[in-house]
Ligand binder design. Structure first.
Ligand code: GLA
Length: 663
């Protein structure tokens, strides 16, 4: 989707309201500067009240009204919420949990994505929508489904799993080998014996669990691509996407999916209420940008498809965003490459399960702080037109790999709670606090321009991944590898000869033993600070010691090492340093690699990100503190319209965006 302006809007559910409200909504959207709304996400039962009987009059009127109001539509296929008639007609298409409980209608997302009846019904409603609306002038984007993220273990799923396995492994011998079924006598003699992982007596087979996760991601992806193909065929000019949901529970490998969408779209809801929410926003945006880049094979736009205009869901309660925080969170995503800002949701429903979810137009109406802030944000985004051309400038890459995250979650690891996404977040947070912008990359992505590559607990390494890392270092790139990286191959089988198998020689270390730490255990480091979660017996085999452990069985032994390879350095970090120590370590590694912060003189608490297009550049300054901050910078401040000679004052909790003088 090419834009000349940033997108602004959110999910709109006219099917929940009488038509008078639609007119009010369009007027309010225009007042707020909205130019894109997602419609129809959960409207299947209102579009097809009985099998094959369609009621499109209301959606016709809605799309015409939007068009008349100059607002574009991201038209959704409603397949995330099958109507009650579907459940009754196809009980076999209802999902089954790993312990054999069949789920029933009553919420949303209750279907098995491998059930032929579900797939046929989903295809059919997508085809009908495509035929009717593919050339509607309001249509800007197809929004397939909503947040693919369910799982199932029913017989349809098992049959599909066997087909997927046969394609991946070729024959049963290869499957037995990949899953190491010689252990505990699990050898399969016939494909019919192979099933989905179910509730079982003790530890389940890690190879089976990992393949099931991969299979299920591919199954959901095929449910998406078959709808996408129908929509594309009806009008190839209209881009197609689906909204990615972030979270450790999500059974989807977004990097694989990114290749199949025309625009990466993500939903982001921080679950922290403190300053952690800002770190989470930056990470989510960098992940989205990384997937967009991975999908397109070059830097590419992405879109924040959903975010909360007000309350943030946290464990057990909703936290009301402080004034200004919504605007700051929104612009933080734009700073990191989003082609706009979209909210869930436009108008708060009077009933239904999410009746208290925040909305731009709340239960109190539009004479509210939130609506006024949303209108201000609309005006701010309008002033940033042209910025979409700017590419975010990052010279550090952090590798993220969904399968490594899944594999570390498997039972039988040396410690519970091992968390690749959490380790990615820790490295990202350390660099974020140091003011260094990072790209998130998928193993195998091109690394031109990235001076430092960080592998945080990147557990799985295929030979191709190991080659990718080696190539980076042998072409002058710096590398920092943390504990548990490269320990296993792509089937989660251990690489023998000492850890970290795939990177041992490159790093010049050999790890003999793991010493996992208890939750409350700390191990002191000679650099100052301490390590948590993990420690190891590291032998130097070409690397030099940078930091040693103090005390305990590892006293005096290497904790952090470094090996010189040409002009580059390859670091190994065998524990998880506390945040301040990790920040110092990563800042040192970045400095040696020639990487500096986007705005080295920015005061603490001010996030700085630069987007550049040739000679033109834009510097975003986000003030996360409650005091005004003076920041050395020059150019033209786009939000106030003021010229800036050498310093700009960013208001408490506010944002400045400078269009900088040409270099
Ligand atoms: C997701 C969904 C929305 C809504 C929000 C609530 O992002 O897509 O339908 O449920 O969460 O936060």
């Amino acid at each position: 989707m090419t834009t000349k302006a940033l997108w602004y809007g959110g999910d709109w559910n006219p099917e929940q309201w009488p038509a008078e409200v639609w007119h009010d909504d369009i007027a309010l959207m225009r007042e707020a500067g909205v130019n894109l709304v997602t419609v129809g996400v959960f409207a299947w039962s209102r579009l097809e009240p009985a099998p094959g009987r369609h009621t499109f009059d209301w959606l016709d009127r809605v799309l015409d009204l939007l068009h008349g109001g100059g607002i574009r539509a991201a038209l959704a296929t409603p397949t995330a919420s099958p109507p009650p008639w579907f459940t009754h007609a196809h009980p076999d298409a209802m999902p089954v949990t790993a312990d054999d409980t069949r789920l029933h209608h009553g919420s949303r997302d209750t279907y098995c994505a491998a059930a032929p009846a579900y797939r046929a019904a989903a295809r059919s409603i997508a085809e009908t929508l495509a035929t009717r609306y593919a050339h509607h002038p309001a249509l800007a984007l197809w929004h397939v489904h909503n947040e693919y993220g369910t799982t199932c273990h029913c017989p349809h799923t098992e049959a599909a799993f066997r087909r997927w396995l046969a394609e991946r492994h070729g024959d049963l011998d290869a499957l037995n080998d990949a899953w190491t079924t010689s252990f505990w006598g699990q050898h399969y003699a016939d494909w019919a014996q192979v099933g989905a992982p179910r509730a079982t007596q003790y530890l389940a087979n890690p190879g089976q669990l990992l393949d099931f996760r991969r299979f299920w991601s591919d199954t959901l992806l095929s449910a998406y691509t078959e709808q996408r193909d129908v929509l594309r065929a009806a009008n190839p000019a209209v881009p197609v996407t689906t909204n990615f949901v972030l979270g450790e529970w999500v059974p989807v490998d977004h990097a694989r999916w990114a290749r199949e969408v025309d625009l990466v779209a993500v939903d982001h809801y921080p679950d922290r209420v403190d300053a952690g929410a800002e770190e989470q926003s930056a990470l989510a945006a960098d992940l989205a940008r990384g997937w967009a880049r991975h999908g397109a094979g070059r830097p590419a736009p992405w879109l924040l498809m959903e975010s909360a205009p007000n309350q943030i869901h946290t464990a057990g309660r909703m936290h009301t965003k402080e004034p200004g925080r919504m605007t700051r969170h929104s612009l933080a995503h734009v700073a990191r490459g989003s082609a706009g800002v979209m909210f869930f949701q436009w108008r708060a429903p009077a009933g239904g399960a999410e009746r208290f979810h925040s909305a731009v137009v709340s239960h109190a109406g539009a004479d509210t702080r939130v609506f006024r802030e949303a209108t201000g944000l609309g005006a701010a985004l309008a002033r940033l037109g042209g910025i979409e051309a700017g590419r975010v400038q990052a010279r550090v890459a952090i590798a993220y790999d969904a399968a490594s995250g899944w594999a570390l979650r498997h039972p039988g690891m040396p410690r519970d709670g091992l968390d690749h996404p959490g380790e990615v977040a820790a490295a990202h947070r350390a660099l974020w606090h140091a003011g260094i912008t990072t790209d998130l990359v998928t193993p195998g992505d091109p690394l031109d321009g990235h001076r430092l590559l960080v592998l945080p607990a990147l557990y799985l390494a295929s030979d191709a991944t190991a080659d990718w890392v080696r190539r980076h270092v042998h072409t002058g790139g710096h590398l920092l590898v943390t504990w548990l990286s490269g320990v296993a191959d792509e089937h989660a089988r251990i690489r023998l000869g000492g850890y970290p198998g795939a990177y041992r020689d490159l790093l010049g270390v050999r790890v003999e033993e793991f010493h996992p730490l208890a939750d409350d255990e700390r191990v002191l480091l000679t650099s100052g600070g301490f390590g948590r979660i993990w420690s190891e017996t590291v032998h130097l085999a070409g690397a030099e010691q940078v930091t040693a452990y103090i005390g305990g069985v590892l006293d005096g032994r290497p904790a952090v090492t470094r090996r010189r390879i040409g002009d580059a350095r390859a670091w190994y970090v065998s524990t998880r340093p506390d945040d301040a120590t990790y920040r110092r370590l990563l800042t040192d590694a970045a400095r040696l690699a020639g990487v500096v912060p986007a705005c080295p003189a920015a005061p603490p608490g001010v996030e700085a990100v630069r987007r550049r297009d040739g000679d033109r550049s834009w510097l975003f300054l986000l003030n996360h503190t409650d005091r005004p901050q003076r920041v050395p910078a020059a150019g033209h401040e786009l939000l106030t319209g003021d010229p800036v000679d050498d310093r700009v004052t960013v208001p408490p909790g506010g944002v400045a965006v400078l269009c900088e003088p040409p270099r």
